[in-house]
Design a protein around this ligand. Structure first.
Ligand SMILES: [Zn+2]
Length: 330
């Protein structure tokens, strides 16, 4: 999704740029409080344009939204509001050493306003379509906001949040300031799924793989955030446990290495097999874990099987998401 993302940046980030990022000199500090527009809106359209252009299927776009939703469900949002994740971008991009989900980074170390941006701007798109009975969409906002000077010349026009709210209101009157400020400042475990649900879908977890949640499989690791709340590298090292999820709560933490699962030597396949069998197993999962020079046995009382996120068309609401993903005619 990199190419559509960077293509969209030509307008959203380059031509139209948050005022705090137009400093007039490298020696002047930037203010990055509007990265939820700069990167959040770009993340939404980067994924969406890939579907509209046929680079991915509509079903794969749904899986990508579901993957974003799972990433956003990381426990860091219970203490760090989205606005603070945006303000903290200079630290979050480069922070390492584990604990990404608690700090509010998502896969690849990106701050969470990327994935959460997709959910929030999707909701804005669905609201515009609902309020205008489908006559207007978020594309109309982009045309008004970004397309002000499409004459082939290089230009930069700075903006503040108020212009975003004002332009949205001109497309579809609504309390846009209240909409965004609530989502920017709240700290809650509940993730913003209003767009998914009003768009006719539900977030569900099944054992069917999702190519967007498990890219690490290519290097032999396992994304088990939907089940145990950990990512496990190919050698068994746990590199980002989510507090409040079964593995962390049982005592498996960052930097520990899983040596054995249910009495057998650790491998990606062995862990996946044990997770799959956990549904019907009366006993807890049993791990042998290496922690520095110590070994310990850890029981994780988990019986949910393998769980990967997907969108399920199982609501009474009409299917707005498919309409959004349909390629534009003009
Ligand atoms: Zn970007």
């Amino acid at each position: 999704m990199l190419l559509p993302h960077e293509f969209f940046h030509s307008w959203n980030g380059k031509a139209r740029r948050p005022a705090g990022l137009v400093t007039g000199g490298y020696e002047r500090p930037m203010k990055d409080d509007l990265l939820w527009v700069y990167e959040g809106l770009t993340n939404y359209y980067g994924e969406l344009l890939a579907a509209r252009a046929g680079l991915i299927s509509v079903q794969e776009w749904f899986d990508e939204i579901a993957a974003d939703a799972m990433a956003v469900s990381a426990p860091g949002r219970t203490w760090r509001p989205l606005q603070d994740a945006s303000d903290s971008a200079p630290f979050l991009y480069t922070a390492g050493g584990g604990w990404s989900g608690w700090r509010r980074q998502v896969s690849g170390g990106l701050p969470s306003f990327y994935a959460e941006g997709t959910l929030i701007w999707l909701e804005a798109d669905v609201i515009i379509r609902t309020l205008t009975s489908g006559r207007k969409t978020l594309d109309d906002f982009c045309a008004a906001f970004h397309g002000q000077n499409d004459n082939g010349k290089v230009w930069v026009k700075a903006y503040e949040a108020e212009e975003v709210y004002r332009t949205l209101t001109a497309i579809a009157p609504y309390d846009w300031k209240g909409f965004f400020e609530k989502r920017l400042h709240e700290t809650t475990a509940a993730i913003p799924l209003g767009g998914v649900e009003a768009g006719g879908y539900k977030l569900v977890y099944t054992d069917a793989p999702n190519i967007f949640t498990d890219p690490w499989t290519l290097d032999g690791g396992l994304n088990a955030y939907g089940s145990l709340g950990i990512h496990v590298a190919a050698d068994g090292t746990v590199d980002d446990p989510w507090p409040g999820m079964p593995a962390f709560d049982a005592g498996i933490s960052n930097g520990m290495k899983i040596i054995a699962v249910n009495g057998r030597r650790f491998s990606h396949d062995e862990l996946a097999r044990a997770l799959r069998a956990s549904k019907d197993a009366p006993e807890a999962l049993e791990f042998i874990v290496e922690n520095g020079s110590y070994f310990k046995s850890v029981k994780v009382n988990y019986h949910g099987g393998l769980r990967y996120p997907h969108l399920d068309r199982a609501t009474a609401a009409s299917d707005v998401l498919t309409a959004i993903a349909t390629a534009r005619q003009q």
